[in-house]
Design a protein around this ligand. Structure first.
Ligand SMILES: Cc1cc2nc3c(=O)[nH]c(=O)nc-3n(C[C@H](O)[C@H](O)[C@H](O)COP(=O)(O)OP(=O)(O)OC[C@H]3O[C@@H](n4cnc5c(N)ncnc54)[C@H](O)[C@@H]3O)c2cc1C
Length: 394
């Protein structure tokens, strides 16, 4: 069997793996990215919404091929149909084509010097002194890669961290099951607006409508696995039937998936291991968004890996600077989003109607950015029946 040697083996060519690979390769490390699928980015299991500022280091311009629609605001729709529009505080919201998008990120990583290998599934690791041997399968053949560092960027189905003894099981009540269709043949009046529908239409979750132009949109939903009396697909079918705009449309893509809505892992490293993106649970627990988190974490982890390479020391003692720095940047943000989800999940349909009707009194952008709950606490304190919600926000 041929053994190939790299400084780093990255498992997973999603946004997190590609962001790591690009930065590490640019910094002079030899990097291979193993991707089990036959094409990077496929199949798509994503609403495809992202803030373009998350891509600042990639220097990719938003264009029609990568991102068909810029979005400027969110329309929140309550159970009884009340609505409120919130303009984004920045103008970088986009709905992307994930297949093209993930391929572009992987291509940028390849141009920086990383080697990307599709149809290559990592199957296990063993230690050899200070090195790691990663075994993999490609077209039924066994391969081995020797390296100093393994990056687990293997998404929701992550196994790699477990091979290093890191406990990554999700609490079952903190997983959301999702269904989505991409619809064509629509006539959307305001494609620059995303929609969020809340309440019993999707209990303790939400329905999203993310336009990809006036004629196309991703319509999907996610709800807690532990709650689902009906499947996500059944909830979605009911939603689509009720909205006249979708009556004459065609489904051009069906997808389903799982999103983790828990807090991130407490530690993202072990000796010779860094965990990045969804594999580390670096996801917004309020909306399930994780591409931006994965890219930022990949870049940060790669900078720390570069430092470790200079010191010739890939022990947890050195690598865990990544965990500390990540929590310094994102710790408050993710904890606040987690609290916001708890609060939101505690509201009945009639209470959600009240919240949407009076949303102008809430600073929704601050809540979504995980910045704090000053206005929200005052808002809930004003109405005796909603005072109980405040306990989630401290
Ligand atoms: C229905 C749904 C809707 C979503 N909507 C949004 C949204 O609108 N906006 C947003 O920002 N986020 C959204 N997310 C979340 C987002 O998709 C993820 O957070 C993001 O893809 C995480 O990137 P990643 O690089 O960590 O992992 P992934 O993109 O999941 O990439 C992991 C890769 O690892 C590969 N892999 C796994 N195991 C192995 C192995 N053993 N060997 C080789 N390769 C392996 C997989 O094939 C995959 O390509 C959504 C998720 C779902 C399920």
């Amino acid at each position: 069997m041929v053994m190939k040697t790299f400084d780093v083996v990255v498992v997973g060519a999603g946004p997190g793996g590609s962001a790591f690979a690009r930065t590490a390769a640019k910094n002079g490390l030899s990097v291979v990215v193993l991707e089990k699928r036959q094409a990077v980015g496929e199949p798509v299991r994503c609403g495809e919404a992202i803030g373009w500022s998350d891509l600042k280091n990639f220097k990719i311009k938003p264009n029609g091929r990568l991102c068909p629609q810029a979005v400027k605001s969110t329309l929140f729709v309550s159970p009884s149909g009340k609505s409120h529009t919130v303009k984004f505080s920045t103008d970088d919201g986009h709905i992307v084509e994930r297949i093209a998008f993930d391929k572009e990120l992987a291509s940028v990583a390849a141009s920086a010097g990383a080697k990307i290998m599709t149809r290559t599934r990592a199957t296990g690791i063993k230690r050899k002194g200070k090195k790691i041997i990663v075994s993999a399968k490609r077209f039924g053949k066994k391969l081995e890669f020797e390296c100093s560092l393994v990056v687990a960027a293997d998404g929701i189905e992550s196994r790699v961290a477990k091979w290093f003894g890191v406990e990554t099981n999700y609490p079952p009540n903190e997983l959301a099951t999702c269904a989505q269709v991409e619809l064509a043949g629509l006539r959307l009046k305001k494609p620059s607006q995303v929609e969020i529908h809340i309440g019993s239409v999707c209990p303790k979750g939400y329905v999203w409508v993310f336009p990809k132009g006036p004629d196309r949109a991703n319509v999907g939903l996610g709800l807690p696995v532990s709650l689902a009396d009906k499947s996500a697909e059944e909830y979605l079918e009911e939603f689509l039937k009720k909205d006249k705009r979708f009556a004459e449309s065609s489904v051009i893509r069906d997808s389903c998936g799982i999103i983790n809505v828990s807090l991130p892992l407490k530690e993202f490293t072990a000796d010779n291991l860094m965990i990045v993106g969804t594999a580390a649970r670096q996801v917004s627990s309020v909306d399930g968004g994780g591409m931006g988190f994965a890219i930022a974490a990949g870049e940060l982890a790669a900078e720390i890996a570069t430092e470790a390479s200079r010191r010739k020391d890939f022990s947890k003692g050195v690598l865990s600077k990544y965990t500390k720095e990540w929590y310094k940047r994102e710790g408050t943000h993710v904890k606040n989003m987690y609290k916001a989800r708890q609060a939101f999940s505690d509201l009945s349909d009639s209470e959600l109607d009240y919240v949407v009707e009076n949303m102008n009194e809430l600073d929704v952008n601050s809540i979504q950015a995980g910045k704090g709950f000053g206005k929200a606490i005052k808002f809930f304190m004003k109405k005796p029946s909603l005072v109980r919600i405040v306990r989630h926000l401290f």
